[in-house]
Unconditional design. Structure first.
Length: 217
């Protein structure tokens, strides 16, 4: 089969799930994101990001203006139950001609970390990239020292590809970058497992999973 480019870059649209909703990042999300980032332990989750935790709502608004002026396309992760923004993530390295796209800039605040909201936020990106836009490759990258991020990539079914040594200087520190990907040929099986795990039937009244996600590329 002749490989084809992707159909389009992600547009500024809303993606809805059972538990999470992804909205184009806007100043209206600043208050919620500032509050989440400044919860006890919230600022520590910025350790591996390019930015620091905002020190005020105005700083959060300025950061939103800055990233929206760039090439990456950020979204806010909304908790469907509360209607509040609890995290953010972005489409990055959008290469239409190669059919390749990356999820990055991920800040999943403590209210959604290691939860079905986080899993669904990832799933909504992957489904939109593969099923709606025709991408061939979906990437995840992180600092090689960021063990939780590497574990999350593996749990979600990304395949480890290798390490780019001395890839970047971030916050004054050298960074080796670990690369992960999933491909369109792997997606149907992964999608089925995500859909099974995210089904409301897989959770009890307290929101605890009955079975684990077994996404393996």
């Amino acid at each position: 089969m002749i490989p084809r480019p992707a159909q389009a870059a992600p547009a500024r649209i809303v993606l809805d799930g059972h538990y999470a909703r992804l909205e184009p990042l806007d100043r209206r999300h600043a208050a919620d994101l500032f509050a989440v980032a400044n919860m006890p332990g919230g600022a520590e989750r910025f350790r591996w990001l390019f930015s620091e935790a905002p020190e005020s709502q105005a700083a959060a608004e300025a950061w939103i203006d800055q990233v929206n002026a760039g090439q990456d396309r950020y979204v806010a992760v909304i908790d469907q139950a509360s209607g509040k923004a609890v995290g953010q993530q972005a489409w990055m390295r959008i290469r239409l001609e190669h059919g390749s796209i990356e999820i990055g800039g991920v800040y999943w605040g403590l209210p959604m970390a290691r939860s079905r909201l986080a899993t669904e936020a990832l799933f909504l990106f992957a489904r939109h990239a593969f099923d709606d836009l025709g991408y061939r490759r979906f990437e995840w990258k992180c600092n090689n020292a960021n063990e939780p991020s590497k574990a999350a990539a593996t749990r979600f079914g990304f395949r480890f590809e290798g390490i780019f040594r001395q890839d970047m200087i971030v916050k004054g520190q050298g960074r080796d970058t670990a690369w992960f990907s999933m491909l369109d040929t792997e997606w149907p099986a992964l999608r089925a497992e995500f859909e099974r795990w995210l089904s409301p039937d897989n959770f009890n009244a307290a929101g605890q999973q009955k079975t684990k996600l077994s996404a393996r590329a």
